[in-house]
Design a protein around this ligand. Structure first.
Ligand code: BES
Ligand code: MN
Ligand code: MN
Length: 469
């Protein structure tokens, strides 16, 4: 660490952290080693073991009321420290579940055998989001060990189903309102801006996830014997998918844009003012050019406009060589990123009706909803957001930018609507962290400086005037 990285925090806390850098990395690796893939039923025990790992860690560092709580799905871990009388209470949220690791052959080191080299930690969950949970626990540990407490009251809520649309979380929040009551929610599950510029996310997109199934005969047919006389489910699916979007990137589903909040001149000037290097962005992606809805900039398309994408597509013969069949069925996973004021259920209904209209005859086509979540916009001018900005500036040496991001964290809208809490998205992943992809990594500079930022942030909130949070 350089002196500017850490100048802003209590020297005793800083020294305590500096002495334990190696232990911290070993603990981080132990945490990443548990394969907590929420989507795959065979990893349910691993998800539970990860929750228990967090609970043990919480108890060890001195957090209280620690519990692995049942949800009906993967458990939630709760713990708190509530002795800062007269100070505000924050609810810290993160998710310990991770995305599947396929294609596993593209990982340079195995996804659940994390390795630290060249200033980064490589492994599934290193940045999304286990690494950021680990940062919060290490910040709390350092404060509890050196000062005997935290500057504010903190409740920690770590769930295990975020990567599967947080299906059980809303009901748990409704049933546990008192336990999670707080002045503000802090979510550390976002990242920095392009170029690794400190950033506070102020908008997230919502999500509608659906599957299209096209079914023909009970089993595959010989394509010589039947080609030309029956509808092919794979061709039919291609026809449907082709009808979903125009060459201008506009989504062709009727009513899709009806509720979209238009970008104001102010919104557009915020996007335009960000220090975005489009050539570097393109070079990093290794693509010939970018593509998106006509009439909007790249950052507007990412943070302020809705999408429709095919996430998976299968049917028929997938092996080497050729096999002459008319496949019995074909399938597609489709997701839409949503912006204010779109509603996932309404978008699903619109998609289903349109697919029914464009589906070719001779096969049976169905569309089913797999998950969804609401978009959210979080306040820039809230005193806690500004406290986060000061903590980032003091530790990273640069004021953060405020960004409406393209990703989704469905619980963000739930914290606002169910618990009435403003949300501050304080995340530390570098922008090209390969989240959801092979070779996910976390910049260890962001990790270390981020821990100091969290320490600084709690002090900043405690220093706010009483009405601040
Ligand atoms: N951490 C991400 C959300 C995110 C990504 C925020 C990029 C900001 C920028 C989160 O873990 C995630 O991947 N969420 C899912 C939600 C979905 C399963 C409903 C997503 O965005 O695909
Ligand atoms: Mn995440
Ligand atoms: Mn994710």
């Amino acid at each position: 660490m350089t002196s500017t990285d850490t100048a802003a925090i209590d020297p005793a806390v800083d020294a305590w952290l500096a002495e334990r850098a190696d232990d911290r990395l070993a603990s981080y690796q132990a945490f990443l080693r548990i394969p907590s893939i929420s989507a795959l039923p065979e990893h349910a025990d691993d998800c539970r073991a990860t929750a228990e790992w967090i609970a043990d860690d919480m108890r060890r560092i001195g957090l209280e009321h620690v519990e692995v709580a049942e949800t009906g799905g993967h458990p939630i871990v709760y713990g708190d420290w509530l002795h800062a009388t007269g100070e505000p209470t924050a609810l810290v949220y993160g998710h310990y579940d991770v995305q599947p690791v396929d294609p596993v052959e593209l990982w340079e080191s195995p996804p659940f055998e994390p390795v630290a080299h060249d200033g980064s930690m490589f492994g599934r969950g290193s940045s999304d989001d286990k690494g950021q949970i680990h940062m919060h626990l290490r910040a709390a540990e350092a404060l509890l060990a050196t000062t005997g407490g935290l500057p504010v009251n903190v409740r920690y809520l770590f769930e295990g189903e975020e990567e599967s649309s947080s299906v059980h979380l809303d009901r748990w929040l409704e049933a546990n309102r008192e336990r999670v009551a707080a002045d503000v929610a802090i979510i550390s599950d976002t990242g920095f801006f392009e170029g690794n510029i400190p950033s506070i996310t102020v908008g997230l997109r919502g999500m509608m996830y659906a599957q299209i199934d096209v079914v023909g005969t009970a089993v595959d047919l010989h394509s010589g014997g039947y080609g030309g006389v029956v509808q092919n489910p794979a061709n039919a699916l291609a026809t449907i998918i082709a009808a979903l979007k125009g060459p201008d990137g506009r989504i062709a589903v009727p009513e899709f844009y009806d509720d979209v909040a238009a970008l104001s001149d102010e919104d557009r000037s915020h996007f335009a003012a960000l220090p975005f290097d489009e050539d570097a962005y393109l070079a990093r992606l290794g693509l010939p050019e970018l593509f998106g809805e006509t009439g909007f900039t790249t950052l507007e398309r990412r943070g302020g406009r809705p999408t429709l994408d095919v996430n998976g597509l299968w049917g028929g013969f997938q092996g080497e060589g050729s096999k002459t069949i008319i496949p019995a069925h074909a399938h597609a996973k489709i997701s839409c990123r949503l912006v204010p004021n779109q509603d996932p259920d309404r978008i699903f209904d619109a998609l289903r009706a349109y697919v029914a209209q464009v589906a070719p005859p001779g096969v049976t086509t169905t569309v089913r909803l797999l998950g969804g979540g609401l978009p959210s916009v979080t306040p820039v001018d809230h005193p806690v957001t500004q406290a986060a900005a000061r903590a980032l500036e003091a530790t990273f040496g640069r004021a953060p930018v405020y960004v409406r991001e393209g990703g989704s964290i469905p619980v963000c809208a739930s914290f606002e609507s169910i618990l009435g809490q403003p949300v501050v998205l304080l995340g530390f992943a570098q922008p090209d962290s390969h989240a959801h992809a092979p070779n996910e990594w976390m910049d260890l500079g962001n990790y270390e400086t981020g821990i100091r930022t969290i320490v600084r942030f709690w002090t900043e909130i405690a220093d706010l005037p009483d009405e601040g949070a």
